[in-house]
Design a protein around this ligand. Sequence first.
Ligand code: 1GP
Length: 249
Amino acid sequence: MKIIDEIMEAKGKRKLHMTLIDPASQAPEKAGNIAREAGLAGSDYIMIGGSTSVSSEMVDSTALQIRKQSGLKTILFPGSSEMISRNADAIFFMSLLNSRNTKFLIGYQVASSRFVKKLGIETISMGYIVFEPGMTVGKVGEANLVGRDDTSLAASYAAAAELLGMSLVYLEAGSGAPQHIPPDTIRAVKKEACIPVIVGGGIRTPEAARSVSDAGADIVVTGTVAEKAASVVESLSPIVEAVKGIAKR
Ligand code: 1GP
């Protein structure tokens, strides 16, 4: 079954959690180990990517280790047209909708499109919107950051993603953001958009995960928590449970 079909099947019925692993942050072996533990913690998919450019060899070996060690399906989340590997199950074929630089809107996509088609991996079109504070991706992606509380602009971006035919919309506060996207902003997007909504950036606690999930996120992404944890299972399990609504309230 394609990942997008699994996501559509889950929509409205159960929440999904994805763990983001940046190939620039650790050796491939360690990335594989984090992914394995994330799977044990109940995470549904592993996203592979980040804003710091790494070689395609590094992405290849990281994706391979993750696949080998975790058995979870993997989705590339590329920061550039270099960060693409045949060892993943799918790729978010994405556009940073609020970038000032056409490279992030359509340039990298044009540079990689025929290669991606040749690879034959599943492509999932996604509209990516970076909110304040944006962190590294906001700077590198040259984003006109959407205000955290600008519910109207957030909803307009999400509606644009849907009307452009994108399968998913992703609300990003930036990896390591001090605060996640506010619940009211997520609610406004959910009210407008019929496509599944992914929320990530700055989610470090079960409380934060629950608030994002309760506000309507269909998919919640965490990255830093697993990368920094002494025990990934111990740190991530309560967060995944909160996303899925199975933690104690
Ligand atoms: C993916 O940027 C997130 O959308 C990951 O953010 O590292 O803050 O969990 P964290």
